[in-house]
Design a protein around this ligand. Structure first.
Ligand SMILES: Cc1ncc(COP(=O)(O)O)c(C=O)c1O
Length: 447
C-alpha cells in the first residue's frame, strides 16, 4: 500500500477535522509549517516524548512544540509551577517580582543580556532587535542570511525559502525598499562583498549561530569571528538569533560556546517552557536607546515593547521552572542529550545508506535533520547547499509520511530530542527510521 493510502487509513478523523479547518483557516492551519500532504494529523494530547491524535494514534514526537520542549511534554516541574501560578490569576498587565527574577536568571546564564525586554513571541523579539539596531545606529540596512527564518515580521520575511529571491510573498515591499540585504551563511567573501556595497549604511547583521529551519547547519567559527570583526569595523550591531539554539546545547547560548560576543541576542522557544515567551536584549547602551526615562527630550526612544500579554504570570512561572530544571540538570543533562543526538545522527545516516539512499544528518547536540542526497556531494554548509544538493521536498512529504506510518512525527526529516526521549524511545526511533528508509525504495523523490 502506498504511503499516502496507509496514512489516510490511520487518520480518518483528522481528515474530517482538516476539511472543517480548511473552511476556516487558509490552508487549514494557523502556521504554514504545520501543513503537509495530504493533511496534518490533529492532536488531542501529549505526554513525555509522545503526541496522541484524534484517531487514537500515538507518535514518538520529534517536533516537541517547534523544538520548545527540551524537558518533554507535561514536565511535572513546569506543570506544577503553572498550576500554582493559576491560583493568583492568569493575567495582570503590571510588573511583578517574577519578571525581575526571571530576567536575573536569564542574565546569570547569558551575561551579554545586560538589559532586556520580555515579549510573547520570537517574531517580536527579532523584529524589535532589528529596530533597536536601526534606531541605535540611525542607519537603514539589515543583513540576514539566506534561508534564515526569524519569524514572519515585515522586516525579516526575505530570502527564507529557496530559491531565496527577495520577499517571501505579496504584501511585502521589495527587500531594497525594506532595507534588507541577504548574505550567504558561512560565506566570508560573499558577506564582505555585500557589506562593502552598503558601506556605512549597515545597521546590523542578524544570524543564527546554527541556522535552524534552514537546515540545522552550524556556523564555522571563523565565520562568526568574521561577523564580529566586520560589525566592529563598520560600527554595526551584531544580532544572534538564538531562539532555537539558546539553552538547547548548554545552559546558556551557543554564542558563548563559540566564544563570540553578539551585541544583541534573541531567545524564545525553550526559555518559555512551552508557553509564549520571547526575549531580546544585549548591550546596555543599545537598550538605553529604548528607555522611555533616559531618552526623554527631543530624541524619542526607539519604540520596542507593547504586548498586552507580555510578562504573563503563567509564562513567567513556566519559564522560571524550566530554567531552574535545566540549571539543576547541569552539564549531565546536556551531555546525555548530546550523546543521544550523536548516536541518532550516525544511526539514521547508516539506515539510509543501507536502504540505498545516501543521506546526511545535520545538526548538533539534540537536534538533527535528515537530508536525502541527490548526488555524491555531502558538503552541506548553508541552506543554499541543501537546496542545490538534496531532495528538499521529500523530507516533508514521503519521508514524513513513511515515519508517521511507523509511529514517529518528524519535521524536515528529524527534530529535537528531549529529556523525555530515553533508551526505549531511541530504539523505537531508530527502528522506525530503518523501516521508513526502506519504504522510500523505488520512489521518485522529486526536486
Ligand atoms: C531562529 C528563529 N527565530 C525566530 C523565530 C520566530 O519565533 P516565533 O515562532 O516564536 O514567533 C523562530 C521560529 O521558529 C526561529 O526558529
Amino acid at each position: 500500500m502506498d504511503l499516502f493510502e496507509t496514512y489516510r487509513r490511520r487518520t480518518s478523523t483528522s481528515d474530517a477535522l482538516n476539511r472543517r479547518a480548511q473552511d476556516l483557516f487558509p490552508g487549514g492551519i494557523c502556521h504554514n509549517l504545520r501543513r503537509f500532504d495530504p493533511y496534518p494529523f490533529f492532536a488531542t494530547g501529549a505526554e513525555g516524548a509522545h503526541l496522541a491524535d484524534a484517531d487514537g494514534n500515538r507518535y514518538l514526537d520529534l517536533w516537541m512544540g517547534h523544538y520548545a520542549l527540551i524537558l518533554g511534554h507535561g514536565f511535572p516541574g513546569v506543570r506544577d509551577a503553572v498550576v500554582r501560578a493559576l491560583e493568583g490569576g492568569w493575567h495582570w498587565g503590571v510588573p511583578s517580582e517574577a519578571q525581575v527574577k526571571l530576567a536575573e536568571t536569564l542574565r546569570r546564564a547569558v551575561p551579554v543580556l545586560e538589559r532586556m525586554r520580555l515579549c510573547t513571541t520570537g517574531t517580536e523579539a527579532t523584529m524589535y532587535a532589528v529596530r533597536l539596531a536601526r534606531g541605535f545606529t540611525r542607519r537603514p540596512w539589515i543583513l540576514k542570511a539566506e534561508g534564515g527564518w526569524h519569524g514572519a515580521s515585515t522586516d525579516l520575511s526575505f530570502s527564507v525559502k529557496a530559491p531565496f529571491r527577495g520577499a517571501e510573498g505579496p504584501g511585502l515591499l521589495p527587500a531594497r525598499e525594506q532595507g534588507v540585504a541577504t548574505i550567504q551563511f558561512n560565506d566570508v567573501d560573499g558577506t564582505a562583498r555585500v557589506l562593502a556595497g552598503l558601506r556605512g549604511d549597515v545597521a546590523g547583521i542578524i544570524v543564527e549561530p546554527m541556522i535552524g529551519s534552514g537546515g540545522f547547519v552550524s556556523a564555522r567559527p571563523e565565520y562568526l569571528g568574521y561577523l564580529r570583526e566586520a560589525c566592529d569595523r563598520e560600527k554595526a550591531v551584531l544580532i544572534f538569533d538564538e531562539i532555537i539554539t539558546g539553552f538547547r546545547f548548554r545552559y546558556g547560548t551557543l554564542a558563548d560556546a563559540y566564544g563570540v560576543r553578539p551585541d544583541l541576542t534573541t531567545l524564545g522557544k525553550i526559555v518559555g517552557g512551552g508557553l509564549a515567551l520571547g526575549v531580546y536584549g544585549g548591550r546596555a547602551d543599545i537598550l538605553a536607546a529604548a528607555d522611555p526615562l533616559t531618552s526623554r527630550g527631543a530624541d524619542r526612544p526607539v519604540l520596542v515593547g507593547g504586548g498586552t500579554f507580555s510578562c504573563n504570570p503563567l509564562t513567567l512561572a513556566a519559564a522560571q521552572a524550566t530554567l531552574d530544571a535545566l540549571e539543576a540538570g547541569g552539564d549531565g543533562l546536556y551531555q546525555e542529550l548530546d550523546a543521544r543526538g550523536q548516536r541518532v545522527r550516525r544511526a539514521v545516516e547508516d539506515a539510509f545508506e543501507r536502504a540505498g539512499w545516501p543521506a546526511v544528518c545535520t545538526g548538533r547536540g539534540s537536534l538533527f535533520m535528515t537530508h536525502l542526497l541527490r548526488g555524491d556531494d555531502r558538503t552541506l554548509d548553508s541552506p543554499g547547499d541543501i537546496a542545490a544538493k538534496t531532495h528538499v521536498r521529500a523530507k516533508d512529504r514521503e519521508l514524513r509520511l513513511a515515519l508517521l506510518n511507523r509511529g514517529v512525527f518528524a519535521v524536515h526529516g528529524g527534530g529535537a530530542l528531549s529529556a523525555a526521549h530515553g533508551d526505549e524511545e531511541e530504539a523505537f526511533l531508530l527502528d522506525a527510521y530503518e523501516r521508513a528508509a526502506r519504504d522510500l525504495a523505488g520512489l521518485d523523490l522529486g526536486p
